[in-house]
Ligand binder design. Structure first.
Ligand code: NAD
Length: 497
């Protein structure tokens, strides 16, 4: 088993970017910081680069650049010019796809196929979809009554103005992809952004900022500040010129962000953690559902917010499905993320791997059966794990693990399946596997989740809003909803005499 990245696999372009002196990206230029921190390869624990630690003055400068850009060339650009710039950025991302995905893979430990498919190719798709919105954001026209205004023809209009400066705070698990989920609607709406990537995954986003400049997006529209969440992230949220905070990350940090943003009366959108159920009814086709249930949790090493981390199976199929998922788990090839033969890489850090293992031990202690996995390898690897016969009160069932650990339990009937699925603090996604149309309808309505998938899991589309219920969030990324969130509504009363 070759678990550590071989850095000679990196292309010249990725090597060139990694070797730069990294700083912040403010007003279209690199700004070096006195303090820096190490970036480590999750597969080996070795340091491969350093990133800049922003201070309060840097955050002020970034927000100031974003504020000035609103009143500059960007503010004067027509919608179709914003659209064209976004389309150019999408094409540049594809042209630089290998470089971007290699950089992202090295920082995060995610597989090359995943970073290329999700962070580059799907991001280009998101940019193209959102570019279309630039020319389609509209308002309303009303003939209004206002009976107390004498002798006049009154027209009421509404406008959607750019919201202003947006603070985007994003996690490491799909670093570039989620950065694009934040940046693309901002560009479509004509707003500007200061983005704070997770401390460990800043390099792909810094490269993206240069590509945006090449695409003709004016300086100051996209600014990047890197460094610690509690320091840099909090300073950004508190800045008086930030109008909207759009955050993706854990529920624990999301609560703090909500308090800060609400206290300052700022708009905010929070995309948080999940514990998404996968529900297999007795009429599901096991040949199709078993591999899909396995990859619903094991894809991206279980580090997906909407990973199918709870599996509920009708008692008539339970043993067969658990055996099938275990068989798949045991054939997955663990390996270095830069090696295209690997099917699963390391977790994002050794500390995170140890936290994931502690959930396996908790489940074992609480009486779950470790049907497979639960073993650690190398720097930060863990074998794909299934905790069978897991009860609803167990810690690994109640909390988000964010690793390749599936908890599974049988159910007797639809009412029990629904009760188990909804018995969670979280409400991000849920999937139902059945061919019974009436049941599809009942379950779609009754499941407490922002997205319900039928006979599929984790299928996200940019045309649909993606947001959580309950402790999984407030607001939504993607879709028209994300664009409108980057605007503020203005009404105008016009009197013609
Ligand atoms: P995290 O909450 O630790 O960090 C997220 C971001 O917040 C990072 O940029 C971090 O530096 C910053 N941050 C940390 N403390 C902060 C503070 N006090 N103030 C402001 N910013 C702060 O999350 P993570 O470990 O990077 O990501 C994993 C989590 O993200 C999981 O819970 C996962 O479910 C969630 N997630 C949700 C979605 C979604 O769309 N719902 C998508 C991906 C990931």
């Amino acid at each position: 088993m070759n678990l550590e990245n071989d850095l000679s696999r990196l292309g010249e372009a990725a090597r060139g970017h990694l070797d730069r002196a990294h700083g912040l990206w403010i007003g279209g230029r690199i700004v070096m910081t006195p303090a820096s921190y190490a970036l480590t390869d999750p597969s080996s624990g070795r340091v491969f680069a350093r990133a800049g630690e922003a201070g309060g003055a840097d955050v002020d400068a970034a927000v100031d650049a974003a504020r000035r850009a609103l009143g500059g060339d960007w503010g004067r650009m027509r919608p179709h010019e914003r659209e064209e710039a976004m389309l150019r950025l999408a094409a540049l991302m594809e042209d630089h796809g290998e470089e971007l995905s290699q950089v992202e893979t090295l920082c995060s430990g995610r597989l090359l196929g995943n970073t290329l498919g999700v962070d580059v190719q799907y991001s280009a798709h998101v940019l193209r979809y959102m570019a279309g919105w630039a020319t389609k954001i509209g308002g309303e026209t009303r003939r209004i009554s206002a009976p107390y205004v004498p002798k006049a023809d009154l027209v009421g209009l509404t406008f959607r103005e750019p919201v202003g400066v947006v603070a985007g705070i994003v996690p490491w698990n799909v670093a570039l992809g989620i950065a694009i989920w934040k940046i693309a609607p901002v560009l479509a709406a004509g707003a500007t952004i200061v983005l704070k990537p997770a401390a460990s995954t800043p390099l792909s986003v810094l490269r993206l900022a240069r590509l945006a400049q090449e695409a003709g997006i004016p300086d100051g529209v996209i600014n990047i500040v890197t460094g610690s969440g509690p320091e840099v992230g909090r300073a950004l949220i508190r800045h008086p010129d930030v109008a909207l905070v759009t955050f993706t990350g854990s529920t624990a940090v999301g609560r703090q962000v909500a308090v800060e943003a609400a206290g300052a009366l700022k708009r905010h959108s929070l995309e948080l953690g999940g514990k998404s159920p996968v529900i297999l009814f007795e009429d599901a086709d096991p040949a199709e559902a078993i591999p899909q249930a396995a990859w619903a949790i094991f894809a991206n090493h279980g580090q997906n917010c909407c990973a199918g981390s709870r599996l509920y199976v009708h008692e008539s199929l339970y043993d067969r499905v658990i055996e099938g998922v275990v068989a798949i788990a045991e054939t997955i090839t663990l390996g270095a993320p830069l090696d295209p033969a690997s099917q699963m890489g390391p977790l994002f850090s050794r500390g995170h791997r140890d936290r994931v293992l502690s959930y396996v031990e908790a489940g074992r202690g609480e009486g779950a059966r470790v049907a497979t996995g639960g073993r650690a390898f190398g720097e930060a690897f863990i074998a794909p794990t299934v905790l069978a016969e897991a009860r609803a009160d167990m810690r690994p069932v109640r909390e988000e693990i964010f690793g390749p650990v599936l908890v599974a339990a049988p159910f007797r009937d639809e009412a029990e399946a629904l009760a188990l699925a909804n018995d969670s603090e979280f409400g991000l996604g849920a999937s139902v596997w059945t061919n019974d149309l009436a049941r599809v309808h009942r379950m779609t309505r009754a499941l407490e989740a922002g997205t319900v998938w039928i006979n599929c899991h984790n299928v996200l589309d940019v045309a649909l809003p993606f947001g959580g219920w309950k402790s999984s969030g407030v607001g939504a990324d993607l879709g028209e909803a994300a664009v409108l969130a980057c605007t503020r509504l203005k009404a105008s009363v016009q009197r013609y005499v």
